[in-house]
Design a protein around this ligand. Structure first.
Ligand code: CTP
Ligand code: MG
Length: 557
């Protein structure tokens, strides 16, 4: 309990020209030891990047190599933690976090390399392997038991998940369980930052101020285990290097030839990925798109990566989603269940096309949560966060795009937090009902306003891009796909209501989501849409094979 002097409160209020409750909240924070409730996105990203700078991923023979590897490394340096994981080829890896970046450098000094010929050029990268000892085994000090090996990057066991969901007491518990068991875990996040770090290390000699940042679902709080990794490469001069007082200036190299210079740099990056990045495979160049992308598979971590250049608006968009997700603990679980339902209903597909994707679907959930019900809205509109932004929140992305909004949620007055205490189950039913009645014909979805706005054109689905409001993030969605969304939300509302009354096998959430096995396949085949048959192949990716599926798979191929 902090007693605040009333005089202080009112002079503070005058200075800030703000409401009493905002000031009270700020003063309480200023004069008391109230712990900060929120950590900002930038703080989290900075912590994760620092963690990656002092970490290494070492391929080992088996899980039991832990003690030996730990003993070997701890001779040179202090270890903070070790995590074990397998990739899909069954290879074993240990992610080691050292106590400091200096500690890691000490270990790197002891590394050796292979250089047979130019085809197999070794290079410094945070991905290494642990050579077996020749001859007699050395004795190392073994770790104390407090350093547990945690299981890492393994895909969620769908059978176990479904077993758990069947035994839940309520639909709300089912939604929470689905979220808890499928959300990207700590090792998944660490590995994604390691993949980014690897490129930074390797490209550093060519681009001196390079930064590679993860964005998208890997960092926005809506990523599930196994999600893709979106990466953005930036090359911005630090302030001290732009000082006009400095007399010695580097000669520059102009990119001649009239083509978009960054398209050419991305070509080079793709070449480097093929020639110089251990673990990078299946490099694909998509360079004529509005945002040129290089795709690749990171085989040591099983992560599919999309690398683009200077797309800072994508990072700010991830920050925005992250902030909304951290404002209320129901936001992320609700988005997870909606994304999973949409996948089961065949509304989304891993392939690009005329259908909706996870990102606009997430905006639909946020928009629904901004609607004022009897109990009030769960989330405020984005304009509320924009109005409260300070100087420290100003961010200008590429093409002069203004991405300014309040970053530190600790500054929000307490009355921002919703009085709405509806359960996840109620919110899910309301989500389906809301979109079953939504006027897709005339209205656009805008999380900036938090209310439906008039559609500026006749595109079937209009979801305003929150950071570039003249754009529609769902412009690719066809009339047929929009109709399918309308039909599926109506079905879901009805199915969920029935499945809550009758306690059958498909009880509660189970009627809306299916295992990614033959049941999912059958459902997609029922849709009977020829384009969707392409995506059926994807069902086999993490599938436990069942009789008959392989024949079907070969037919599809
Ligand atoms: N993005 C954007 N504008 C769009 C599409 C995407 O700003 N029209 C940004 C968003 O920050 C999004 C990120 O790019 O999160 C990555 O897009 P995408 O990979 O399609 O979505 P994810 O959120 O990463 O979801 P998924 O798990 O399906 O990859
Ligand atoms: Mg993504």
């Amino acid at each position: 309990q902090t007693v605040i002097n009333l005089g202080k409160l009112h002079s503070f209020r005058k200075r800030l020209n703000s409401s009493v409750s905002t000031c009270r909240c700020l003063l309480v924070r200023k004069y008391s030891d109230v712990p900060r409730k929120f950590i900002s996105f930038e703080e989290v990203a900075a912590q994760r990047r620092a963690q990656a700078r002092r970490s290494l991923v070492v391929q080992v023979n088996s899980e039991s190599s832990f003690k030996e590897l730990y003993g070997y490394c701890s001779e040179y340096s202090d270890i903070k933690g070790v995590h074990h994981y397998n990739n899909s080829s069954g290879e074993h890896f240990m992610l080691i976090e050292f106590a400091s970046e200096e500690n890691l450098k000490d270990v790197l000094k002891t590394c050796s390399a292979h250089q047979k010929d130019v085809d197999v050029m070794s290079l410094q990268s945070p991905f290494l392997w642990f050579r077996a000892t020749q001859g007699k085994r050395e004795k190392y000090t073994t770790p104390d038991t407090s350093l547990a090996i945690t299981d890492g990057n393994a895909a969620v066991n769908e059978d176990k998940l479904f077993e758990g969901l069947t035994t839940c007491a309520s639909v709300s518990d089912q939604i929470q369980m689905l979220y808890d068991q499928t959300v990207l875990n700590d090792v998944g996040v660490r590995l994604r930052y390691m993949v980014a770090r690897q490129l930074e290390v390797i490209f550093a000699s060519l681009y001196s101020n390079i930064a590679i940042r993860p964005f998208g679902s890997s960092v926005n709080g809506f990523g599930k285990m196994g999600c893709d990794l979106d990466l953005v490469l930036t090359n911005v001069l630090p302030e001290e290097m732009s000082d006009p007082q400095k007399r010695l200036v580097y000669h520059e190299k102009k990119c001649e030839g009239g083509r978009n210079p960054w398209q050419r740099h991305m070509e080079l990056v793709a070449e480097l990925l093929e020639l110089r990045v251990p673990g990078a495979g299946r490099v694909t160049r998509i360079l004529n798109a509005r945002v040129p992308i290089v795709k690749y598979t990171h085989e040591f971590t099983d992560v599919e990566c999309d690398l683009c250049y200077n797309n800072m608006s994508g990072v700010y968009m991830s920050e925005l989603l992250w902030l909304f997700g951290s404002l209320d603990p129901r936001v992320r679980p609700l988005c997870f269940v909606v994304r999973r339902w949409a996948h089961t209903a065949g509304l989304t597909s891993p392939h690009p096309g005329r259908w909706i994707t996870n990102f606009p679907l997430t905006l639909m959930v946020l928009f629904f949560l901004q609607q004022t019900t009897k109990e009030g809205a769960v989330l405020p509109p984005l304009k509320y966060l924009v109005q409260r932004a300070g100087k420290e929140d100003v961010r200008i992305a590429e093409d002069n795009l203004n991405c300014t909004f309040l970053r530190d949620m600790n500054k929000l007055p307490p009355d921002t937090y919703s009085q709405n205490t509806a359960s996840l189950e109620t919110l899910l039913v309301q989500f389906f009902e809301f979109y079953a009645q939504f006027d897709f014909q005339d209205k656009a979805i805008s999380i900036n306003e938090g209310t439906a706005v008039r559609k500026p054109n006749g595109l079937p689905l209009y979801i305003v891009n929150p950071l570039e409001q003249t754009l529609n993030v769902s412009r690719n969605v066809s009339y047929e796909e929009c109709e399918r969304i309308r039909m599926e939300v109506r079905n879901a509302a009805w199915q969920l209501e029935t499945a809550m009354e009758e306690k059958t096998d498909d009880w509660g959430l189970l009627c809306l989501i299916e295992r990614k096995t033959s049941r999912g396949l059958k459902k997609l085949l029922r849709v009977g849409n020829s384009q969707r048959l392409v995506s059926v192949k994807d069902l086999f990716k993490d599938d436990d094979s069942v009789p008959g599926e392989n024949e079907l798979k070969s037919k599809l191929e």
